[in-house]
Design a protein around this ligand. Structure first.
Ligand code: PLP
Length: 394
């Protein structure tokens, strides 16, 4: 018997024993306020489908109509087989939506990061990175070969100190931060970070995956929220969250976007997202541009839920957005809490180490515009019951 793969069994066993093994639940319904999970109907507080666009009739219809005209697949990478006018249309629309000079699309937010960062910096350059940045930023930074200096989370003074400490030791410099941090639902003081970037003439990149469709006027993102148009060089985004589809986007300075068309490796060596993806995303942009109703509903749902949870005695942490962590401390408690919520037909994820620091385990509640008042009331009742049963609240 060859032994060369037994290490995998051991590693999987380790994951099982340390409680880090991912068990994935199977859905047999669209993403929405309610889901059918493993055959059971539950209230959904796990998805990033903030506005309900993943299953919006106009979005679905747009995908179907586009397939009738263009088929499904893009055929090859865009630089070789040519690019469909649909993809160009989406890039134009996104630049306008974000109120920036230009935009380029990628296959996902993940590839947008791993494509953009190595195109901007390389060996001999320096990245200043928020210590809680997303995994795809971390991978993009490592791929680039640049030196990585982490600064304290959302702390412009720590950033300034890190820049001072490394002055003169590198060629180009790039500051990178998440727009909204998905574990705590907080966002950085981008106005102060922009000032630091400008005073040292450093490039600035924001990954606004959880901010687009959520923050700013009608969901235009964190740059719009702080009114910093033209002062953030490059914004990475995703179509897989509030836009309800899949795909990545990089928007910002026209020179950077042009450079990414020449040097963004996932753009050059991987095919674009499919026709229904692009058409569906275009419909989502239409919906966002026509009205702020969905974004407004998202925020009113979020503030209602957070206020009521706090009134019940729960700690909702540092949340500044519809992402609502319910801080519980020990991971065993968080897991038990999530199990009991599920028994009450409420699907909300427990997060523990290493996703969040030791002792800061939590349930993360993802609020959506599609939750009705009755849905939120039902969830609050379930949280109150489980919280009392487990001695989290009085
Ligand atoms: C979700 C997320 C991504 C990845 O987006 P995908 O389009 O799903 O690949 C990248 N960055 C951040 C900050 C995210 O939250």
């Amino acid at each position: 018997m060859p032994q060369k793969l037994t290490w995998i069994d051991e590693e999987l066993q380790n994951l099982q024993e340390s409680g880090l093994y991912n068990k994935i639940r199977t859905l047999s319904s669209p993403q929405g306020a309610w889901l059918v999970v493993d055959g059971k109907r539950v209230l959904n507080f796990c998805s990033n489908n903030y506005l309900g666009l993943a299953n919006h009739p106009r979005v679905v219809a747009a995908a179907q109509e586009a397939m009738a005209q263009y088929g499904v697949g893009p055929g090859a990478v865009r630089t070789i087989a040519g690019t469909m006018d649909l993809h160009l249309q989406l890039e134009k629309r996104m630049a306008a939506f974000k109120r920036v000079e230009d935009a380029i699309t990628f296959q996902s937010g993940f590839t947008a990061n791993t494509g953009t960062i190595p195109a901007l910096v390389g060996k001999g350059d320096m990245i200043f990175s928020d210590e809680l940045n997303h995994a795809s930023i971390i991978d993009g930074c490592r791929l680039s070969g640049a030196t990585i200096t982490r600064y304290a989370h959302a702390d412009s003074a720590s950033l300034e100190a890190a820049i001072g400490e490394h002055k003169g030791t590198y060629r180009r410099g790039l500051i990178i931060t998440d727009g909204v941090f998905s574990m705590d639902g907080d966002f950085p003081p981008l106005d102060k970070i922009v000032e630091v970037a400008e005073s040292h003439d450093l490039m600035l990149m924001v990954d606004d995956a959880h901010g687009e469709g959520v923050l700013g006027e009608g969901g235009r993102g964190i740059v719009d929220h702080f009114k910093l148009h033209g002062r953030v060089d490059v914004e990475v985004g995703t179509f897989s969250k509030a836009f309800g589809v899949v795909g990545g986007v990089v928007a910002g300075n026209a020179r950077i976007i042009e450079w990414l068309r020449q040097r963004g490796r996932p753009f050059l060596f991987s095919s674009a997202v499919t026709v229904p993806d692009v058409a569906a995303t275009l419909a989502s942009v239409d919906i966002l541009e026509e009205s702020t109703a969905l974004v407004d509903k998202l925020w009113s749902n979020a503030s209602f839920f957070k206020r009521e949870m706090q009134a019940l005695g729960f700690d909702t942490g540092k949340s500044m957005t519809p992402i609502t962590p319910v801080m519980l401390g020990e991971v065993t408690l968080a897991r038990e809490f999530s199990r009991r919520l599920y028994a009450e037909n409420v699907f909300a994820m427990a997060l523990g180490y290493p996703t969040v620091p030791v002792g800061l385990a939590r349930i993360r509640v993802m609020i959506s515009a599609t939750h009705t008042d009755a849905d939120l009331e039902q969830a609050l009742q379930a949280f109150a019951k489980v919280g009392k049963d487990l001695g989290v609240i009085a």
